[in-house]
Design a protein around this ligand. Structure first.
Ligand code: SAH
Length: 265
């Protein structure tokens, strides 16, 4: 339990919007790609998404984020959201009669192509292809689990797609949601200024990226490869492509096999 005193309202007022205020003060923008997040920890958003490129785009209204506080749908005066697992065992499970109304509230007004996903270590592994598909959708709703997860009937009833950040177990879905939103938002045409930089990136063309260098020309006795200093663009391109192939072949045999098999490229 936290020993923080109970909130007595706002203690300070700032002139400019803080990242967190970007969520509450931006009216719903029609036609803008939106992430709607169902979570017990709405204060965790926008989190790191409020910084840098994604943060600026959020401020500029190029995408938006809305949170649904699962606690608001809690039952009884204690606002309970979870209960013990049927059949026994450790931990707690999020109740379907709490999740259902929260999902329906959050999906209201969702238009067009709008995936509904549950962040889950059992899900399909998130990848660049999924990020690209989501960036072409109108928006997305993400359900963040906590404790032992959610009642299976909710997933079945709403036909929710389970998506995993990787083969490890997090405490909750919030960090996974932020990672996936970050990867998706930077692919929105209006967000990443330099579209060229997307094309060469790791995972965009089936290869990992070539090494990058910048000034100074020599550092701790290590020089930038001569070809990059030559100004010969064709040679530079060739070198980068060969490096991308080498790195992919040695680090990711699985990607390399898929790359070699892809005759359409
Ligand atoms: N008992 C569950 C794990 C629960 S972890 C199991 O063994 O499958 C608590 C919550 O964290 C989950 O409900 C999920 O929303 C989130 N989570 C954990 N690991 C994750 C991962 N790899 N990817 C996405 N979300 C994850």
């Amino acid at each position: 339990m936290s020993d923080k005193p109970k909130s007595h309202g706002r203690l300070s007022i700032s002139a400019s919007l803080k990242p967190r205020e970007l969520i509450t003060h931006n009216p719903r923008l029609a036609k803008v790609w939106s992430a709607r997040i169902i979570t017990l920890f709405p204060d965790a958003f926008p989190g790191v998404l409020g910084e840098s490129l994604t943060g600026k785009a959020l401020k500029d209204g190029k995408w938006q984020i809305e949170t649904t506080n699962l606690r608001d749908f809690g039952l009884t005066k204690h606002r309970n959201v979870d209960d013990t697992p049927a059949g026994g065992g450790a931990g707690m499970v999020l109740r379907p009669d709490v999740l259902g109304p929260a999902i329906e509230h959050t999906m209201r007004g969702a238009r067009g192509n709008w995936p509904l996903v549950y962040l889950s270590p059992r899900g399909r592994r998130f990848d660049q292809k999924m990020a690209r598909a989501w960036s072409q959708a109108d928006g997305i709703t993400m359900l963040c689990g906590r404790f032992e997860g959610v009642d299976q009937r909710v997933l079945d009833h709403y036909n929710i797609q389970e998506v995993s950040l990787g083969d490890f177990v997090l405490t909750g879905g919030e960090i996974a949601a932020q990672a996936m939103i970050d990867a998706t938002v930077r692919l929105l045409p209006s967000v990443l200024g330099n579209a060229d930089s997307i094309e060469d990136e790791s995972h965009s063309n089936g290869l990992l990226e070539h090494p990058q260098y910048t000034k100074p020309a020599e550092w701790n006795g290590r020089k930038i490869p001569d070809v990059l200093m030559s100004g010969h663009h064709a040679n530079i391109e060739k070198w980068r492509h060969e490096m991308a192939e080498d790195i992919t072949r040695t680090r990711r045999p699985d990607m390399w096999a898929a790359y070699e098999a892809d005759e359409d490229r």
